[in-house]
Every structure is written in C-alpha cells, then in structure tokens.
Design a protein around this ligand. Sequence first.
Ligand code: PLP
Length: 427
Amino acid sequence: MSTPLPLRLSAKASRTADSPINALIAAKLANPDLVNFAAGLVDEATLPVDEVAAITKRLFGESRRGQRALQYGTAIGLRELREALIAHLERLDGRHVGDLGLSADDVLVSTGSQQALYLIADVLLDPGDIVITANPSYFVFTGALQSMGARVLAVPMDDEGMDVDAVERLLEQLQAKGELARVKFVYCTSFFDNPTGLSLSTPRRRQLVEIVRRFSTSHRILILEDAAYRELGYDGAPLPSIKSFDAENQFTIITQTFSKPFAPGIKLGYTAMPPDLLDQVLRQKGSHDFGSSNVCQEIALETMTDGSYVRHLEVLKNEYRRKRDATLAALRANLTETAELHWTHPSGGIYVWLTLPKHVNTSREGRLFERCVKYGVLYVPGAYSFHPDAQGRTPNHHMRLCFGQVTFEEIAPGIERLAGAIKEEMA
Ligand SMILES: Cc1ncc(COP(=O)(O)O)c(C=O)c1O
C-alpha cells in the first residue's frame, strides 16, 4: 500500500495532546506484576454487578420500560432521573433546592461529567479567553481547555484548597490590564480533588462566590465546580457545595457523576447550572449526541430509587477508607515526613499527593520513574497536573498516587517499592 498523503488537521486538533495516562496504563499491560498507582480508576472488585444485574432484569422484564430504555431520549435527560438527582443534591447539601433557585429543569444528564465540563467550556470559550484554576488541577480538563485555545491561569493551593485570595488578586490584575472581559470562569475541583485529595474549605467556598459576583461587572464570571469525588468522603463532617452559596443559580455550575460513587461503565454525569447557560449547552449536546444512553439513565434511575445506590456507596466508602488508611500507613512506615518530603492526608477520594525534595525529578523522563518501573510500581508524574508559572516553569518534584484500582494486598508492597526507589534517589 502506498503511503497516504498527510491529513490537514484543524488548529484545535494540533492543540490537543494525547493523554499521558494512556502510556502508563499500557505499561501495566506489559508487566502484570506492576503495582499501578498511576491509573485513576475505581476499585474493580466493588463494582455493583449484582445490583445492576437485578435492575436490568427488572427493566427488561417490563416491555414498556424496556422499550423506553432502548429508544432515543431527550438531550437534557430523563425527567424522572433529573428529579431524583435534584432530590439527591438537596440531601447532600441539606438545603431545599428551591432556596437555591434550582429545579429538575436546571439539571443536565450527560455522558460522564467530562462531557458536561467539555460542553460548558465549549459554549463559553473563544481562543484567548481566560480560565482560572488551581495549581495543580485535573489535567484532563485543563488539557481540553488548552485544546480550545483558552488561556489557563493557575493560582496556588494549600491544605484548604485553591487560594481564593490569589484568585481575587489575579482578577484585580486582569481588571487593571483591561482583560476582565476575557475571564469566563473559575474551575474548582472542590471535594477531595484530583490530584491532591484536598478539598476547598467552607469559608473559601463562600468567599469564592462573593469574589466572582463582585468582579462580574459587564458579564457573569462563573464558577465551574467539579464535584466528581464529593460522595467519597470517609471522615469529618460533609462540606457544603460552592453552589449552595449561590442562592439564585446565577454564578455557579456543579458537575457530579455516577462514575466514582457507582460505576464508570454507565458513564453518566449530571450538572446543575444557570438556565441561560443550560440552553446553550443543550444546543451543543444536541449536535454531539442528542442525549445520553437511555439504558444507562434507566439503570441510574432504578439504583437511586430502589436504595441500591446508597447501599453500594457505603460498601465502596468502607473499602476506599481501608485502602486510604493502608496507603498512608505504608507511607508512614517507609518514609519520614519532613518540610521537604511530605504527602496529603485526604479525608476522601482516591488520591494521595506526594511532594519530594526539589532535586528529586519525578518526571516521565527522570531516573526515579525508570527506577520505579524497574521495581514494579507506577505513579503519575506531578508535572502533568501543573500549569507553567509566569516564567514558564513547571515543578517536577511531585507525584500523584491513586489507591482506587490497586488491590488492598498490593498497597503495602507497592509503597515499599516506591519508597525504596525514592530513598535511593534522595541518597
Ligand atoms: C476531577 C474529575 N472530574 C471529572 C472526571 C470525569 O469523570 P466522568 O466523565 O467519568 O464523570 C474525572 C475522572 O476521573 C475527574 O477525576
């Protein structure tokens, strides 16, 4: 066969990088003994196979419902599911949704929360528009922002999550430069975030809403609250959503998902957002897929109404809590925390974030990564989650560990291998 002529790709395609994680997942396939703390996947053994088997049997046991499940639906999603989801959000926040200006008409069901994040960014951003995020943050979404040509400006974070005073200072600077009109939204992974496992503190949640309100002079600057890990909380009192501080459903969007608390295979997310934004997002979703899978939506509806969702979540949380504890205990047993070497102690989610001494290079091309592969353990280099600072520098002495997919038994030996490699590198 002759060599095909090259494709003439769009500017957007050329701005879109391949996911760095694909290569890390492939490494696991090449060496099945590898303990893979890199893949951000959920625990396979806890997936709700029996619950979903019972639900699908019921669903397809009734021909009317079975037919509805196998038919096309609407772009916004199944009404009964959206009603169940709005009641769910109400329970999570302990607030009457009416007090937040919300109803089932403000909720979109999407193909994973990733699709909602993408569509929202797509209707808001032109190349050169500004999105503010924390450093580090969820690299799949910031990668999508990059491919849309957005300018991603990152502010630091600490144990209380994104530094919202830094957001305020940044907005002041942009205002002084006459660039406020280009600021479209602040992206914040507010609960047990990916990659650090940390959450935004309650006072900062309130403050962030107050800040975007104040800087919304000629257009609304929105907060895109990504709450993918919200329901995986293991200790401490539940935090309110950022959305719950926006009484009129004007400035905040909250995205949640069935992927983490239930099963990623049904690939459904849901988002509550201001109605004028939803109108625009629905137009885009109409041309993307004109509605998410009805079979999956019927399954999601059943699991929310028959009690299996809540029961499953408890099983899942117990298992993740056990794995979180084992990960932290193994780190403690093998490494000593210092000012230069430390890690987060998340109270939920599936990630632990390690900071190493500055001279230890965790990047994919560095010696530590190679050493870890040799010893049979994988992590995600922290640099993937960072945005370059004003001087174009990206820190490369961090790593993300995910205890979601590894088995409980793999954790202690996996961390021992990792710690061994780190100690050799530090020596
Ligand atoms: C922070 C965050 N947001 C959103 C998503 C998207 O998940 P999904 O599309 O499965 O809902 C992920 C997936 O890992 C995530 O880590």
